[in-house]
Write a protein that binds this ligand. Structure first.
Ligand code: FMN
Length: 511
């Protein structure tokens, strides 16, 4: 009997030892697996979140996947998130990754919300041989020393180095070069990252004249003249205002101002970088036209302005004065930014409530230029939440020559709309100067996404234009689209915004 107990005892001992070994082995395998996952996460370059948050970052993709199933029961629907809903963002993510952008079963876009657009298909879309592949637009054709022609109608809007990280700008520069689009520098001047890809650059002159200022913070003519010899700079955009914060200049906290930012801007390291709310040298419309003409003469590049439209009487004044002073005084382009445009940092009362949205301001500007017969002289660029093909096609229907996007390209870089651009904590390394977070953003991998996004969007807009029966997107007109009205039914754009005919000289006073 005692022998049986002894055997049972030794069996129990062995069993416990075996289980302890098994447990230790399990823990060791678990730790080894975690180390392996950790190393593979930080060494891969495709997903910034996994690189910046090894192991736990994987849950994002897991939950994102589960979200597809849970969303219909618990969470927001595809079209409920702001400022960009999931459907809009998903289109960009897929286009940037160059993966299938088709959808199944049916549209989730109810098309009954006032302000929504839809396009009018033609019975006879053009045959392949009738399609126009290249439809360039030329800026500063007659009055600029170095006019600029480009086929591209979808380009990268101004975002300064400082608001964006170096790797983010580098990825945009490389991607822009590969896809033949331009990159606007934003108001922070040119950094070494802008020039990595040798893409076409639009130099933005903000109110603080970063990159072009002297020690007193005023515009330095010698530096402006220096732009002439910079082949990569194709145009100069004088920033008058930005949709997210009309009346306020750029805001970059000192914590973000490192050595490279300081030298690109011409300011001290660690100093808060606050641009004035207005160009001190521009007091009125005549001053604006004189300044544009001066900048164009010195820099030798097509020169335009960027503004958000609010009170709009100045447009009449500007057109009158251009006709009076001479066409050379006109801006070569106007970038019309929407009141709901984005920003690295902006006061809520301005970002939420100031300035007209693009669907109102774009036709207003286009019509004013048409009335004064200045439409061919002054090109019009539109920006503001135009990140999907239908948005871009709508802007072209409303009369834009080109469209700029900022946040669309941020999504292409992997932005997850964490709404942290004003802190130094952007989890995707795009709007932070924290080297640890920047480390996750591989500029080479992400540059391909920038290029894919630009190319796939262009392709999709061409598809819309084709279905509307026109040979190139730049031939889209107001007759090709309708907008949902208050009654929930569509109305042709040409009825909502009737095309203007040029005024005759007796109607244009003051000349
Ligand atoms: C992070 C960030 C930085 C920006 N920096 C600038 C800037 O330096 N100058 C400027 O004119 N606009 C700036 N903008 C505004 C954009 O250029 C653009 O006009 C606006 O966001 C609307 O386009 P979107 O809806 O495609 O983003 C910035 C926007 C973002 C999101």
């Amino acid at each position: 009997m005692s022998e049986i107990f002894q055997q049972l005892d030794s069996f129990a001992e062995n069993f416990v030892t075996f289980m302890a070994l098994l447990f230790t082995l399990g823990v060791a395998i678990g730790i080894a697996a975690l180390i392996w996952i950790y190393i593979s996460d930080i060494s891969q370059t495709r997903q910034t979140i996994r690189r910046n948050y090894p192991i736990i970052g994987r849950f994002r993709y897991f939950f994102e996947h589960l979200g597809e199933f849970f969303r219909q029961y618990f969470f927001a629907l595809d079209r409920e998130e702001l400022p960009f809903n999931r459907a809009q963002r998903t289109w960009v993510y897929r286009a940037a990754k160059n993966i299938d952008a088709t959808v199944a079963f049916g549209s989730t876009n109810p098309l009954n919300v006032p302000g929504d657009f839809l396009f009018l298909n033609s019975l006879f879309p053009p045959l392949p041989e009738e399609i126009i592949d290249n439809y360039p637009v030329t800026f500063g054709e007659t009055f600029s020393l170095q006019p600029y022609s480009t086929d591209s109608f979808f380009n990268i809007s101004g975002m300064s180095y400082g608001a964006l990280s170096g790797p983010a700008i580098q990825a945009m520069s490389l991607g822009a070069a590969n896809s033949g689009i331009w990159l606007n520098t934003g108001e922070g001047g040119i950094s070494p990252y802008h020039e990595k890809g040798t893409c076409d650059l639009v130099f933005q002159m903000g109110t603080a004249k970063y990159g072009l200022r002297n020690k007193e913070g005023k515009l330095c003519e010698e530096k402006l003249l220096g732009l002439r010899n910079k082949g990569s700079i194709k145009m100069v955009e004088i920033k008058i205002s930005q949709g997210a914060k009309p009346g306020k200049g750029g805001i970059l906290p000192g914590i973000k101002v490192d050595e490279v930012i300081a030298s690109s801007r011409g300011i001290a390291i660690g100093e808060d970088s606050i641009s004035p709310g207005r160009h001190p040298e521009i007091e009125n419309v005549e001053g604006l036209l004189n300044f544009i003409n001066y900048v164009r003469d010195v820099a030798g590049k097509p020169t335009g302005i960027k503004c958000v439209i609010g009170q709009s009487e100045w447009l009449d004044d500007m057109c009158h004065q251009i006709l009076k002073k001479g066409l050379e005084y006109a801006p070569d382009f106007i970038t019309v930014d929407s009141g709901d445009g984005g920003s690295g940092a902006a006061p809520m009362s301005l970002i939420d409530h100031m300035g007209l949205p693009i669907k109102r301001s774009l036709p207003l500007v286009v019509d004013k230029l048409t009335e004064f017969n200045l439409r061919s002289r002054i090109k019009v660029i539109a920006s503001g939440k135009l990140i999907n093909p239908a948005d871009v096609a709508t802007a072209l229907c409303l009369g834009a020559d080109s469209v700029n996007s900022a946040r669309g390209f941020m999504f292409a870089l992997g932005c997850i709309q964490a709404l942290q651009c004003n802190k130094n904590t952007c989890p995707t390394g795009i709007t932070t100067q924290d080297p640890n977070l920047q480390d996750g953003l591989d500029p080479f991998d992400k540059s391909a996404r920038v290029g894919n996004y630009a190319q796939n969007l262009t392709k999709a807009v061409k598809m819309i234009a084709h279905a509307c029966g026109v040979k190139h997107p730049r031939l889209l007109r107001r007759t090709h689209a309708q907008m949902i009205t208050e009654k929930g039914i569509p109305e042709t754009l040409s009825k909502i915004y009737p095309d203007k005919t040029p005024l005759d000289s007796t109607q244009i006073t003051g000349i």
